[in-house]
Design a protein around this ligand. Structure first.
Ligand SMILES: Cc1cc2nc3c(=O)[nH]c(=O)nc-3n(C[C@H](O)[C@H](O)[C@H](O)COP(=O)(O)O)c2cc1C
Length: 343
């Protein structure tokens, strides 16, 4: 779809700078934004080293426009903590900062962070009020403030109240993962509830761009979604009522997914996939000492990439068993030469 924008979803432990830089170098033309995995904004006023590394200019500035395209995301349970982290990030030049209202993990939720904030709409309302009225987000040339949310905690009707709240504040973009906290990442996305949320948000005067997120893994998935969104009151013939789709696991499985969705055909080649995997390996190698640990990182990708190979169980087993770079590369050469490649 020519008019649709595509974003790389934040995924903790996976979508750090090595993956983002590799992906941008090869497939970046079709992605408008790359979200970082969340950075925790603790009371101690100190980012974890790994999280800070992920946004340091030195790890991102191979693309001069990184402050526009990379969107750091913050996990925080108070306006104060959020604003501390947001200021640190804005001082590095980033132009948009995202608040995580989606993380479903119990240890996060019980601390009133991520989707945990959705359980207390009044508290969330105040938090957003403080954030958007702060000097950081009202000064001239302020960074954009965006939100990634779910539809609620246990029941998607909770979204009505949440959307009323979001509509009160100057949010640049609202990404809605069409699930509730208790769904985690399972089950079908709640498309009807997503549509209702968009309607409620607009009825209440919300003006942010809307981004859809959840299980868009193929051209067929996108076609189905577009068909279902047709009757949104904000939809028109050439615009489906949303301006962007955020892609997560689908992009891990098929790094060319955004290009496929934009062009309407399957485009990933065997040569591209080989190069992509080689670049990832080289990237991880620069900061991970042991071959075995680099291979562990690569296995996280293989868990998704394996869908491109027919009858690949035996070859994948050899990749998993590799203990050295030599063994790993031999096993990868073997899967490419033995198994049928599926685009
Ligand atoms: C391993 C993993 C880590 C994730 N980490 C984050 C995160 O740090 N921040 C966030 O907002 N969402 C996170 N998510 C959720 C994804 O951004 C996305 O909302 C979800 O995977 C649904 O999109 P998809 O069906 O396209 O994968 C994570 C998901 C997974 C599977």
């Amino acid at each position: 779809m020519a008019s649709m924008k595509y974003y790389f979803a934040p995924m903790e432990g996976i979508t750090q700078y090595t993956l983002r830089n590799t992906h941008r170098a090869m497939f970046g033309e079709y992605l408008s934004k790359y979200y970082t995995p969340f950075l925790s904004a603790p009371k101690t006023r100190k980012f974890k080293k790994r999280e800070k590394n992920d946004i340091l200019p030195v790890n991102n500035d191979i693309f001069p426009d990184y402050t526009d395209k990379i969107i750091p995301q913050i996990l925080a349970n108070s306006a104060d903590n959020f604003l501390w982290a947001a200021k640190e990030i804005a001082d590095m030049g980033y132009k948009e900062i995202n608040l995580n209202l989606g993380c479903p993990v119990a240890t996060v939720v019980t601390k009133h962070k991520g989707s945990g904030l959705l359980s207390d709409p009044d508290y969330l309302d105040n938090m957003l009020k403080e954030i958007t009225a702060s000097d950081l987000f009202t000064r001239e040339d302020h960074p954009k403030f965006s939100i990634k949310t779910r539809l609620g905690i246990t029941d998607d009707s909770e979204a009505d109240k949440l959307m009323e709240i979001f509509a009160r504040y100057p949010i640049s973009e609202l990404t809605i993962h069409a699930r509730v906290q208790k769904d985690f990442y399972r089950g079908l996305p709640r498309i009807e509830a997503f549509k209702r949320a968009v309607e409620v948000y607009r009825e209440n005067g919300g003006t942010a761009d809307i981004c859809y997120n959840g299980d868009i893994n193929s051209i067929d998935d996108q076609n189905r979604l577009m068909d279902e969104l047709k009757d949104l009151s904000s939809a028109s013939e050439d615009a489906p009522g949303i301006s962007a789709i955020m892609l997560g696991r689908g992009l891990l499985s098929n790094p060319a997914l955004a290009r496929d969705l934009a062009t309407g055909s399957s485009t990933l080649t065997e040569t591209e996939l080989k190069e992509y995997l080689n670049m990832l390996y080289s990237g991880y190698e620069t900061f991970i000492q042991e071959d075995r640990n680099v291979i562990f990182k690569m296995l996280e990708h293989w868990a998704f990439i394996n869908c491109h190979f027919d009858n690949s169980d035996k070859c994948l087993k050899a990749i998993r068993k590799a203990r050295s770079k030599g063994e790993y590369l031999a096993a990868v050469r073997n899967i490419f030469s033995t198994c049928n490649f599926i685009s």
